[in-house]
Design a binder for this molecule. Structure first.
Ligand code: HEM
Length: 390
């Protein structure tokens, strides 16, 4: 069975999951309504985490963690960080991304084998975001360790259970968090002393109407960038290759008309949505998808499912770069819309063009093993061997 049919559209837009004590939202209009309404559906989901699961305040702060903040604080903070992380900053990266992709692929060619994730899809976005922030790209084994501890397993907790009865042990997660905060705090402090031409410096110096970011907020925003800046784009690249492999006639079309590359990236984001689910908390009793949900409930908004809702997307399980319009929710919607979308799209476009130039056809190796991410909230591969043209 095709990978993307593993979890087909469930046919019910909203459903309670007694196992985790959360509400799953699968429908497109329902997901859209929730993401557009932060007053009823708050992003501050951490407050629902059972007591005892979170480390004490001293060592752990979510302050400035953009994805967890509601209006009005969210707007102010977002303005500050986006004043440092502009479209111009991203667009200027194109030559570096191009050079880096060639460099990584040359190194792989020397070995005669190619595994897309280890050889390109992981290192490319990590090095780009590290260089952009101004931390050494060579520290990426550290970033990988932290990201693995935070993301690569199913860390869904059960709301009805005490800290002791949880299905997962979060101690590794908090340890990784602490290490990562310490690392970035050291770099941020260094930039205050000695500014450089990098994003960390722009963040410590960011100023909107006389307001500046406190240290803890600079660090937490840098954490989001470092994490979001690579895992998701890694998944995007792997998923796009999977799609083009499974739909060879579409690959030929895109290869022949490179103006279709951006649309192929968007369609890959729809069909294989990297961040499969977003969390929201109800602030009051709400009615959605014909279901009444009490206040202070955790909703898992499965944008991966919404992106295949047949009420919105005809032939939803088919990869069709010609789909127009393609209003997928892979980057979210509304006030939290992905701040890194221009960077992810740029990396995707550059990498895909280079892969098409260097691999004809672009095929996964049927003799070798493909590995998928182990957690259902992440749609992507962590190992994808390719056939190397001779
Ligand atoms: C927010 C997806 C790449 C930085 C989001 C959200 C989604 C998302 C769905 C909304 C979260 C919510 O509403 O709760 C993706 C995907 C990516 C990607 C699929 C790649 C294919 C990136 C990159 C960066 C980034 C490369 C930065 C370098 C952010 C930030 C936010 C965010 C800072 C928070 C925005 C806010 O809360 O206002 N992303 N992202 N993302 N993303 Fe991305």
């Amino acid at each position: 069975q095709h990978f993307w049919l593993r979890e087909p559209w469930p046919g019910r837009p909203v459903e309670y999951d007694a196992g985790t004590g959360t509400w799953g939202v699968y429908g497109y209009p329902e997901a859209q309504e929730i993401l557009a309404d932060p007053a009823r559906f708050s992003s501050t989901t951490m407050r629902l985490v059972p007591k005892g699961l979170m480390p004490s305040g001293e060592e752990f702060s979510m302050e400035g963690f953009l994805t967890q903040i509601d209006p009005p604080e969210h707007g102010k903070l977002r303005k500050l960080v986006s004043s440092a992380f502009t479209r111009r900053v991203v667009a200027d990266l194109e030559p570096r991304i191009t050079a880096l992709a060639h460099e990584l692929l040359d190194a792989a060619r020397g070995r005669g084998r190619m595994e897309l994730v280890a050889d390109l899809a992981y290192p490319l976005p990590v090095i780009v975001i590290a260089e952009l922030l101004g931390v050494p790209g060579d520290d990426r084994p550290l970033f990988k360790r932290w990201a693995d501890a935070l993301f690569q397993r199913d860390a869904r907790i059960s709301l009805g259970k005490s800290a002791k009865e949880q299905p997962v042990d979060l101690r590794d997660t908090w340890r990784a968090w602490k290490e990562m905060s310490g690392y970035l705090a050291d770099h941020a402090a260094e930039r205050r002393r000695r500014p450089r031409a990098d994003l960390l410096t722009r963040l410590v110096e960011a100023d909107v109407d006389g307001e500046r970011l406190p240290d803890a907020q600079v660090v937490n925003f840098a954490i989001i960038l470092l994490l979001a800046g690579h895992i998701t784009t890694t998944m995007l690249l792997g998923n796009t290759v999977l799609c083009l492999d499974a739909f060879p006639e579409q690959q030929e079309k895109v290869r022949a008309d490179r103006a279709l590359v951006p649309a192929a990236i968007e369609e890959s984001l729809r069909l294989l949505t990297p961040f499969a689910a977003l969390g929201r908390a109800t602030t009051r009793e709400v009615e959605i998808g014909g279901v009444t949900i009490p206040p202070d409930q955790l909703l898992m908004v499965w944008i991966a499912a919404a992106n295949r809702d047949p009420r919105q997307f005809p032939d939803a399980d088919v990869f069709d770069p010609g789909r127009d319009p393609n209003p997928h929710l892979a980057f979210g919607r509304g006030i939290h819309f992905c701040l890194g979308a221009p960077l992810a799209r740029l990396e995707g476009r550059v990498a895909l063009n280079i892969l098409l130039d260097r691999f004809n056809p672009l095929r996964t190796d049927p003799e070798d093993r493909v590995e998928f991410m182990p957690t259902p909230t992440m749609t992507g591969v962590r190992r994808l061997p390719l056939i190397v043209p001779s």
